[in-house]
Design a protein. Structure first.
Length: 328
């Protein structure tokens, strides 16, 4: 395994090596549970407030981590400009859309729709950024994945207005993620700033973006359940604080499409916690459709995996970036 594919940290004379695959699984579990936490948070707050509270808690967590690790925030306007755009694509807009979507559909279905993220990333890379030329394998994978979307939402059953709005909001959020992962890979993967600094700046930008909307359209219930408050804390601290540093780490150290492919694991955890803790039902078409989406993504991404690789950061950047990831 190459240095670009492992997380390394030096503590005195002792060197511990943790493969990026471990953080990949942890990230998938955190983001899978996020749909459960969103559903609980919606019992106490409006969708925009859930998204805003998530970003506030995440910002606080990341600022504390930055202070403890003596990490300086980005110092160039160019970097902050990229982070502002990225926060729109990966934070403020999709967080609000998923929260709104879950007012109309189950957390399980929202998590399964999220599985479309790898295909959305491929679509952006092919048809928007023009980074690859379409071939039969890629187009076939996209066709399989799109068929999976039709199956997972049970299109033949028809939709009520509310359900249609919920599904549409989640699909738009996934498209935002597709743009976001491609944007991060193109503009942020080789910056000299540490992942802690980039993640903190990104989430701070998202918090600022949602602040006026939270004041204008937010609503907080008079009687808030403890479970809702704990869920929002977990959503912010883990789902937005810890997870986004892990995400930046994976973007730097794994093959190019791995950062978006974490959604191969996310729906698995979303289904488990949705069924186990929210007593949500699981129709036969939902896992079948999700499987088709993931198979389609695997087929479509094959060429991208072979031909696109991230350039590893230098040794000094790698060492300092990895020290926080391992909690040292």
């Amino acid at each position: 395994m190459t240095r670009a594919a492992t997380a390394q940290v030096t503590t005195g004379d002792h060197r511990a090596v943790v493969p990026w695959q471990v953080w990949f699984v942890v990230l998938g579990a955190i983001w899978g549970c996020s749909f459960w936490w969103i559903k609980l948070g919606l019992r106490a707050m409006s969708p925009v407030d859930v998204a805003f509270a998530r970003l506030v808690a995440g910002s606080g967590t990341l600022l504390v981590i930055a202070a403890l690790t003596h990490t300086r925030l980005p110092r160039t306007l160019r970097t902050w400009g990229h982070l502002f755009v990225l926060s729109l694509l990966l934070n403020s807009v999709p967080f609000t859309l998923f929260s709104y979507g879950e007012t109309h559909i189950s957390a399980v279905l929202a998590g399964l729709i999220n599985a479309f993220t790898p295909l959305a990333t491929v679509i952006v890379a092919l048809f928007v950024l023009r980074q690859e030329q379409p071939n039969s394998k890629i187009l076939g994978g996209l066709a399989i994945g799109l068929a999976g979307v039709v199956v997972v939402i049970g299109a033949w059953n028809g939709f009520g207005r509310g359900q249609l709005l919920g599904i549409g909001a989640c699909l738009v959020a996934v498209v935002c993620y597709g743009f976001g992962f491609s944007y991060a890979r193109r503009h942020l993967s080789q910056l000299p700033d540490k992942p802690v600094a980039l993640a903190t700046g990104q989430v701070l930008c998202g918090t600022v973006q949602l602040l006026p909307f939270a004041f204008a359209f937010g609503h907080v219930a008079a009687h808030r359940q403890v479970s809702s408050l704990l869920a929002l804390a977990a959503l912010g601290i883990l789902g937005t604080g810890v997870a986004y540093i892990l995400n930046f780490h994976i973007v730097r150290h794994a093959p190019a499409t791995i950062a978006s492919s974490v959604t191969y694991l996310t729906p698995v955890f979303a289904v488990i916690v949705g069924v186990a803790f929210l007593n949500e039902s699981l129709s036969w078409n939902e896992p079948v459709g999700a499987l088709l989406i993931l198979v389609g993504a695997a087929v479509a991404q094959d060429r991208l995996h072979r031909r696109t690789r991230l350039t590893p950061v230098n040794d000094a950047q790698e060492s300092t970036a990895d020290q926080w990831d391992l909690g040292s």
